[in-house]
Design a protein around this ligand. Structure first.
Ligand code: NAD
Ligand code: ZN
Length: 341
């Protein structure tokens, strides 16, 4: 089968032919139809410091996928061949206190497909049946291939009650844009999204009913006044990983505001803790998706009018994967989806 793998310790990924994985008794084999390219895949492509110390050579990359079950391990009784599916790419341990308490997304022994274990940039993926999320007929393979990052957006956005609240999202990358759509769907009053990239703000305004603000050119305080918010934002979703964005968010929050942090800063960064203390702000770090509550919620919302399809801006056949990665690396696209069929 064809896979996209890190076969050399240098920048790039390479298509290779390898054998179809053998599945264990608790696994399924999934024929991959569509995959999404993630920022993580770009780190692996670039072979940066994080990737060099995390990703084993010859690994098949990729973790955002939609496909179809083609084979069941002998212990798997609740799935059927032919079932369309996506799936959770975090492979959890079952031993930790958190796992045994059912908080699977907090398991410290988690390993990621496409990062620590062979992933979904392949014609076939082996996955524990536990991780499979069946796709209803009304959810396309394109959307199935971006449920992983939509799940990041949903997990972060639903961290706090949004009904009637004013929400600030910093970072109009694909995840920030999807979070904006989710915040609207969840009943927020004003949803403001910031970035310094005009293309991405334009895309945000196309995908969701939000107020885009280019913080390189506009004053966020003026927007707060224009929208008639009295003190600032009730809820903040940090989705840029940028220090200046977090500082600006803290300043723009109401007293007692709540902030969920998804963006990953490149290293240690200074934080003005006294501002956070005196504003009595609640901070919540967000990792991955709640397994499987986030999956349940996002599929339910997609079936109930949440529309994020506009966030997919580019589609390529896997044989043109280089163009797909170049599009992602240019930093102005939405989600880029690769077709494996
Ligand atoms: P992305 O890099 O595509 O988007 C980030 C956006 O932030 C970019 O458009 C960038 O222009 C913008 N930005 C930069 N400086 C800014 C500023 N000062 N103010 C406002 N915006 C600014 O990323 P993405 O794929 O959408 O992911 C969002 C973030 O979430 C990334 O940091 C990513 O690493 C992180 N992430 C975390 C998890 C997790 O489990 N915690 C999972 C997936 C992604
Ligand atoms: Zn991802």
């Amino acid at each position: 089968m064809k896979t996209l793998a890190k076969t050399k310790p240098e920048e790039g990924l390479w298509l290779q032919q390898t054998s179809v994985p053998e599945i264990g008794p608790d696994d399924v084999l999934i024929k991959i139809n569509k995959t999404g390219i993630c920022g993580t895949d770009i780190h692996i492509w670039d072979w940066d410091e994080w990737a060099r110390k995390t990703v084993p050579l010859n690994l098949t990359t990729g973790h955002e996928f939609a496909g179809e079950i083609v084979e069941l391990g002998k212990n798997v009784t609740d799935l059927t061949p032919g079932q369309r599916c996506s799936g959770e790419g975090h492979l959890i341990g079952k031993e930790s206190r958190q796992s045994r308490a059912g908080k699977f997304h907090l398991d410290p022994d988690t390993r990621g497909i496409g990062v620590n274990e062979d992933g979904a940039f392949a014609q076939f993926l082996r996955l524990p049946a536990f991780n499979v999320v069946p796709l209803p007929d009304d959810i396309s393979d394109d959307i199935g291939a971006i449920l992983d990052p939509l799940g990041n957006a949903v997990h972060t956005a639903l961290s706090f009650d949004l009904l009637g609240e004013d929400v600030l999202i910093t970072g109009a990358g694909p995840i920030g844009i999807m979070a904006a759509a989710v915040a609207r769907h969840a009943g927020a009053r004003n949803v403001v999204i910031t970035d310094i990239n005009a293309d991405r703000l334009g895309l945000a305004a196309q995908v969701a009913d939000v107020v885009p603000v280019n913080v390189g050119q506009e004053d966020l305080n003026e927007v707060v006044t224009r929208l008639g918010m009295r003190q600032g934002f009730d809820v903040g979703l940090e989705m840029s990983g940028n220090q200046a964005a977090l500082d600006q968010m803290v300043e723009a929050m109401v007293m007692g505001g709540r902030i969920a942090l998804l963006g990953i800063p490149p290293g240690k960064s200074p934080v003005d803790w006294s501002r956070i203390v005196f504003k009595a702000i609640t901070l919540k770090g967000v990792y991955g998706r709640e397994i499987f509550e986030t999956w349940y919620k996002m599929i339910a919302m997609l079936q109930n009018g949440l529309n994020v399809s506009g966030v997919i801006t580019h589609r390529f056949h896997v044989d043109e994967y280089r163009a797909g990665f170049e599009t992602m690396k240019a930093g102005s696209s939405g989600k880029v989806v690769l077709d494996w069929t």
